[in-house]
Design a binder for this molecule. Structure first.
Ligand code: GTR
Length: 327
């Protein structure tokens, strides 16, 4: 939790450290970066890489201080703190931002991407650039997309092979309506809560399961209790690196270029780490005796998502068509 006083102190510090554009631009700039994963996780390491590049290119004039493990607040809180200029750089998942930028739902829709290559071509191309621009209206600057792999359902009660097996299970979701509706459409009960609360909620039985990629399931220890992972792959939603518009407007156009370049250069690095981490997580879960159901028939899951499209894609049909048309 970030209390108000800390937030104010950080804002004051920000004003001192980030000079107005065009003035004192040789001053040392310290950028605060937030991530909710541990320091060794691929997204957090991506931010570290970005910081190293900036330090190297500017001879130490720009420094990025990375705060891992949600030290600056849970995901929804840090999005607000980024809009307020308290946090400068924030790596978050797309799902929680769909609450304030509805266009981004196009990337969060269930089964919208054919596979990871399709998703990469979409976010690395024109559509990705257009979507990053939509953030400016919300006091945010979108820098780049990171990988988050596929999200699937895991639980502590039984192996899930079809939506019927999910009936009545209490499944934690991120604080995003689109995720609540997906879980509801599958016949389970969505329980929105912050990522940090899931471990205890699983241990105490407040929830029966959650949905996430393999690395989150394992690194957060959810696999200790939720031992059945069903690879139904309802979502391939990526991660995003945000920059505070307030902080952005205090730095020079030249530094904008450097920051964008560093963010983009950290992407292939993050993706390589990601791939390795997925494999390592599966290995770890298997050797801990977890049951991973890989051969899930996705047909009934895809069919069940119709109401989610009716509600969340209705206003985005041209964008959805553009995404589908990407080869
Ligand atoms: C992870 C993502 C986190 C957070 C988490 C969650 O895949 O990397 O930033 O969004 O999911 O489910 O809360």
């Amino acid at each position: 939790m970030v209390n108000r006083l800390t937030a104010i102190a950080v804002i004051l510090l920000n004003v001192v450290l980030l000079p107005a554009a065009g003035t004192r631009e040789r001053e040392h700039i310290v950028l605060r970066a937030a991530d909710d994963h541990e320091l060794s996780y691929p997204t957090t390491q991506g931010l570290v890489r970005m910081g190293r590049l900036l330090e190297e290119w500017t001879g130490g004039r720009i420094t990025v201080v990375v705060y891992p493990l949600a030290q600056l607040g849970s995901e929804r809180e840090t999005i607000e703190l980024t809009r307020q200029g308290v946090i400068d750089i924030n790596r978050v998942n797309i799902n929680p931002i769909t609450q304030i930028v509805p266009e981004l739902k196009a990337l969060a829709l269930p089964y919208i991407f054919r596979d990871a290559d399709h998703m990469h071509r979409v976010v690395d191309g024109e559509i990705g650039l257009d979507l990053l621009k939509t953030l400016e209206e919300k006091e945010l600057v979108g820098l780049a997309f990171y990988d988050s792999g596929q999200r699937s359902i895991y639980n502590s009660i039984r192996p899930v092979r079809s939506p019927a097996d999910l009936k009545g299970l209490r499944i934690r979701v991120q604080k995003a309506e689109i995720m609540m509706d997906m879980i509801r459409a599958l016949g389970a009960v969505p329980i929105p809560m912050s990522f940090e609360e899931v471990y205890t909620a699983l241990q105490t039985g407040i929830i029966d399961g959650a949905e996430n990629n393999y690395p989150s399931w394992v690194t957060k220890g959810h696999f200790e209790t939720a031992r059945f992972y069903s690879q139904n792959e309802h979502s391939l939603v990526p991660e995003i690196i945000l920059f505070s518009k307030l902080s952005w407007d205090r730095i020079t156009a030249e530094d904008h270029e450097l920051i964008l370049k560093a963010a983009r250069e950290s992407v292939p690095y993050q993706r390589a780490l990601w791939k390795a981490m997925v494999e390592e997580s599966i290995r770890k879960a298997r050797s801990a005796g977890c049951e991973i159901i890989v051969d899930v028939d996705k047909g009934p899951f895809i069919q069940a998502m119709e109401p989610v499209y009716a509600k969340h894609a209705a206003g985005l049909l041209p964008l959805v068509e553009r995404i589908r048309a990407v080869e």
